[in-house]
Structures are given as structure tokens and as C-alpha cells.
Ligand binder design. Structure first.
Ligand SMILES: NC(=O)C1=CN([C@@H]2O[C@H](COP(=O)(O)OP(=O)(O)OC[C@H]3O[C@@H](n4cnc5c(N)ncnc54)[C@H](OP(=O)(O)O)[C@@H]3O)[C@@H](O)[C@H]2O)C=CC1
Ligand SMILES: O=CCS(=O)(=O)O
Length: 251
């Protein structure tokens, strides 16, 4: 069975993707910082598919490299890497943000994604045709909005990094896709607001946000396309989300 490695599998898109790949019989390497949640997911899925869990902070380059180096033989031929681990912090205006929150977003969404990709590239190239790297970007990487500051910039990095990777991976058979979701109801806003459940509930109420399973379905679709097809970028919004016009500062 093919193997998918999913970062940030303890919640949201990552956990839903783990369930989606498991439903199709894929073996799974699941990572995240919360061991308890990884254990729960292993218990849930481990009867039907092979599951390896790695408690890992993607920001720790050495730990990531060591974990990949130590992959057991039966988990080395990875077909799909889903670079999903990520977060937004500090929804307030840039001029009111703690610098530490900007650093955390850059360290996770940029450095963490690069750490995992660097460690996994030899494994994916060894797999060759049909292998894929699926990076979870965001609409925030393409469309500016108030409070998007560094979060959106990290996702713009993810998009461009993926395109550049494609140039270098030409001829290896390894595909690279940026899936950029819009508003989706996960723990994302709870994390962004540092635990403000009311703010999270308010954002998703009275509308129809994407659900984690919607994005998991897109991830699985991209990963299982015929080898000769590479979707470069897939931007997915809820039907009830769109753009606002430019705003003007007036006297
Ligand atoms: N929800 C949304 O509206 C959208 C989200 N996204 C992106 O989708 C991705 C998944 O987010 P989503 O599922 O919504 O949010 P969740 O908060 O539900 O999930 C985030 C996942 O990332 C993991 N994670 C965060 N930091 C680290 C770290 N340092 N090391 C390892 N794992 C980490 C978390 O695991 P743990 O805490 O256990 O480490 C968790 O499993 C993110 O990249 C996010 O930016 C993109 C567009 C829209
Ligand atoms: O990436 C998350 C979606 S949004 O909050 O930027 O719209």
C-alpha cells in the first residue's frame, strides 16, 4: 500500500486527511506535537491500516531530520508528503502584535515546512513517479486582509517555494501542489485567538465554512491523480466567502 506522511495530524485538515487516506487503505506516518492525540488516532485507524506516529515539532530541524533518518524500512517509500502543520497568531493589526508571534508563524509555517521537505526529498525522489508533496497554503497567501500581515506572507512563501521546487524536481516524477483553502472550521481560530472559544464560534456562526473533511477530500484527490498530472495550485473557498472592494482612507 502507498504511504502518506502528514504533518499536523492531531487536528483539523491533517486529522481528516489521515482518516481519508486510511479509508483508502494507505499506510500512514502521522506527526504533531500532541502525543495523546496521535495515540488516539493510531488507536482509531491502526486496526485497518499501518500507522506510525512521530511526536515532532516541525520547527526542530535536527529532530525532523533524525526522525526521517530513523524511519523503519516498511515506512521509507513515502508516496505523499502533506505539509499541513501550521498556524496563524495575532489577528490584531501589525502595529499591535508581539514580535514573538510573528517569529512563531515564520518558524512553523516557513522554517518547519522547509525542514520537513528537506528531510523528505530524498525519500520522495526515491519513490519517483506518482510521488507528491502537497503543501497547505492559504487564500491569505494571495489576498491581503487586515490582520493577515505575517501569516499571509508565510503562505505566499509556501506557494512560491512549491513552484520553485517543481523546477528542480523536473524529471524526478515528484509532483508539488499548493492547496490553498479559505475559511475552514477547525481549531485554527482557537489557536489564532489563543483560546478564545467565543471568537472562534462567532467567526463560523451564521455561515457555511469549509469543513476539515472538504480539504481532506481535495488532498486525497490531488495525491491520487494519474502520475502525469500535476496540479500546481488549488484554491478552495466556501461558496459563502468572497472578496471585498478596496478600502479608502478619507479625511
Ligand atoms: N482553518 C483554516 O481556515 C485554514 C487553515 N489553513 C492552514 O491549514 C493548516 C492546518 O490548519 P487547521 O487544520 O485549520 O488548524 P488546526 O489548528 O486544527 O491544526 C493545525 C495542526 O498543525 C499542527 N502544528 C502546529 N504547529 C506545529 C508545530 N510546531 N509542529 C508540529 N505540528 C504543528 C498542530 O498539531 P500540534 O498542536 O499537536 O503540534 C495541528 O495538528 C495550517 O497550515 C493552516 O495555516 C489554510 C487555510 C485555511
Ligand atoms: O488560512 C486561513 C484562512 S483565512 O483566515 O486567512 O481566511
Amino acid at each position: 500500500m502507498p504511504i502518506a506522511m502528514i504533518t499536523g495530524a492531531t487536528s483539523g485538515f491533517g486529522r481528516a486527511a489521515a482518516r481519508r487516506f486510511a479509508a483508502a487503505g494507505w499506510s500512514l506516518i502521522l506527526t504533531g506535537r500532541r502525543s495523546e492525540r496521535l495515540k488516539e488516532l493510531e488507536q482509531e485507524l491502526g486496526d485497518s491500516v499501518e500507522v506510525l506516529t512521530l511526536t515532532l515539532d516541525v520547527r526542530d530541524a535536527e529532530a525532523v531530520a533524525q526522525a526521517v533518518e530513523a524511519l523503519p524500512a516498511e515506512f521509507r517509500e513515502v508516496t505523499c508528503l502533506v505539509n499541513n502543520a501550521g498556524l496563524a497568531l495575532a489577528p490584531q493589526p501589525a502595529q499591535e502584535v508581539d514580535l514573538a508571534d510573528w517569529h512563531t508563524m515564520i518558524d512553523t509555517n516557513v522554517t518547519g515546512l522547509v525542514n520537513v521537505t528537506h528531510a523528505m526529498l530524498p525519500r520522495l525522489i526515491a519513490t519517483g513517479a506518482g510521488a507528491s508533496i502537497i503543501n497547505i497554503g492559504s487564500v491569505a497567501g494571495s489576498w491581503p486582509y487586515p490582520g493577515g500581515h505575517v501569516y499571509g506572507a508565510t503562505k505566499a512563501f509556501v506557494e512560491q517555494f512549491g513552484y520553485n521546487l517543481r523546477c528542480d524536481l523536473k524529471g524526478t516524477g515528484v509532483r508539488v501542489t499548493d492547496i490553498s483553502p479559505g475559511m475552514a472550521e477547525t481549531e485554527f481560530t482557537l489557536v489564532r485567538t489563543k483560546g478564545d472559544q467565543a471568537a472562534s464560534d462567532a467567526l463560523y456562526s451564521g455561515t457555511t465554512p469549509l469543513q476539515a473533511e472538504d480539504i481532506a477530500e481535495q488532498i486525497f484527490y490531488v495525491a491520487t491523480l494519474p502520475d502525469h498530472i500535476n496540479i500546481n495550485r488549488l484554491e478552495v473557498m466556501p461558496t459563502r466567502q468572497s472578496w471585498s472592494p478596496f478600502t479608502i482612507d478619507r479625511d
